[in-house]
Design a protein around this ligand. Structure first.
Ligand code: KG4
Ligand code: ZN
Length: 331
């Protein structure tokens, strides 16, 4: 089954064709990130204008590679996200599905991040699984009994992990998106040359006994710490290193506790922060025999292929005349 997946929940427009949830036949991505950089974050109006401009040409380009007659269904992420951006993807998908008389599948964007792990992977991911979805807007821990049945274990009470990366990056005068910038600086840091022998930042809620997260206090701790000293390049690397360690430690600790408590057979990570090399390293190492799965980096951040993959496994068929964007959708 070939599914045309459409993603337009934030500043990216992704269009892909995926066969049987695993094999990517086409994967196209347009981003307004360069237009957003000078604002240090996403301006919804700019994102939506850009999406209006690129979405139909992207679909057209995808169909020049996989002709329409070889597309069995259309899938679209209908939430959560920025309402203006969502409407563009959802309404485009509805029009094409209706005009071509193809089935339409609605995908929760967050579930899409989970299924990004099936792309290009022949290996079976074993259930039950614990999933960590970490993006710019969400930090969620879930228990997946099987492909279709899941339960939310906990979420962030304030900022998402990706949001904390973005805010700290902006505060330090680094670029947007913040995750890759901070990761790069942290990698340059030489622990041995630092006066700091222990992490000066808190690891919020690490011992809270539940599966919720909080990142806004950590962000404030960084701001207070940096205010007290000169921000040389070296200091920025140091702050990035310890900040990233704090974020990663909390994510890893809660994920492993959940995996143990619920008898998970695998750990599945998704969302933009899943591209973080340090998170991959620490979680994979500490998980021991329990395998931690991460999508390929380009499928960790927003993309159309994960929507095509999730649609195949969930097959949530919807009426093209009735689907509506839901910006507040959660698990
Ligand atoms: O999933 P995503 O592309 O969009 C949302 O659904 O939000 O995630 C974007 C987030 C941004 O906050 C970005 O800074 C973060 O993912 N991110 C990273 C890395 N790459 C992207 N965070 C940490 N390390 C990275 N390498
Ligand atoms: Zn996302």
């Amino acid at each position: 089954m070939n599914i045309l997946g459409i993603e337009s929940t934030c500043d990216e427009t992704g269009v892909a064709v995926v066969r049987n949830g695993r094999e990517v036949l086409v994967n196209l991505l347009a981003s307004s990130v360069n237009l957003q950089k000078k604002y240090g974050g996403v301006v919804p109006e700019i994102a939506a204008r850009e999406q209006t401009r690129v979405i139909v040409p992207l679909i057209d380009q995808a169909l020049s590679i996989v002709p329409k007659d070889h597309v069995d269904a259309i899938a679209v992420s209908y939430g959560p996200g920025l309402v203006g951006s969502l409407v563009i993807g959802v309404e485009s998908a509805k029009v094409f599905a209706y005009a071509w008389q193809k089935p339409l599948i609605g995908v929760n964007h967050l579930v899409g991040h989970f299924f990004a792990n099936w792309i290009g992977r022949g290996e079976a991911i074993k259930f039950p699984a614990v999933a960590l979805i970490v993006s710019g807007g969400h930090t969620d821990l879930l228990f997946f009994k099987n492909l279709k049945r899941y339960q939310l274990l906990g979420s962030t009470l304030d900022d998402a992990a990706g949001e904390a990366f973005d805010k700290v990056s902006k505060f330090l005068g680094l670029g947007y998106p913040g995750g890759p910038e901070i990761e790069l600086k942290a990698r340059k840091f030489k622990f041995k040359s630092s006066n700091l022998k222990v992490n000066p930042f808190p690891k919020p809620m690490i011992g809270s006994g539940d599966f919720n997260f909080s990142y806004s206090g950590l962000k404030t701790a960084v701001v207070n710490h940096v205010d007290r000293q000169q921000t040389t390049d070296y200091r920025k690397e140091e702050v990035c290193y310890f900040f990233q360690e704090a974020v990663v430690d909390v994510l890893v600790s809660k994920t492993l506790t959940a995996a143990k408590r619920f008898g998970a057979k695998s750990i599945v990570v998704g969302g933009g922060v899943a591209a973080n090399g340090r998170l991959r390293e620490v979680l994979s190492e500490k998980a021991g025999d329990l395998k931690a799965f991460f999508p390929e980096k380009k499928f960790s951040v927003d993309n159309g292929a994960m929507i095509g993959a999730a649609a195949f496994f969930q097959q949530n068929f919807v009426d093209p005349l009735k689907l509506t964007a839901d910006s507040g959708l959660h698990f």
